[in-house]
Design a protein around this ligand. Sequence first.
Ligand SMILES: [Zn+2]
Length: 97
Amino acid sequence: MIDTPGRNLAAPSAPVMPLRKRDADYVFYELTRSICPECRRVIDAQILLRHNKVYMRKRCPEHGTFEALVYGDAEAYTSAAKFNKPGRSRSSSPRRS
Ligand SMILES: [Zn+2]
C-alpha cells in the first residue's frame, strides 16, 4: 500500500481564465459624465461601442456600475459625433483659388 500524500489534490495546473476576457467584446469610445441613478451624484461614465450599439457605463463608488443603452446604431452615433465636434470648423482657413 503506497500512501501518497496529496493524491486528492485537484490539479493546480488548470489555468484560471480571467473573467475579463468576456468584457473584451466592446470598444471604448469616449469618456463623459453622468449622474448616478441612485444618489444623483456626478460620476464618470464611459461610452462603449458593442455589437454596433452604443452603451454608457457609469460607476458610482457607492452604488456600483450601471450600464445603459444610449444609442441603437453605433455607426450613426460615431459619424454624427464626428461632424458635431466643435472647433473643427474649416472656415478659419478660407480657400482662395
Ligand atoms: Zn450612487
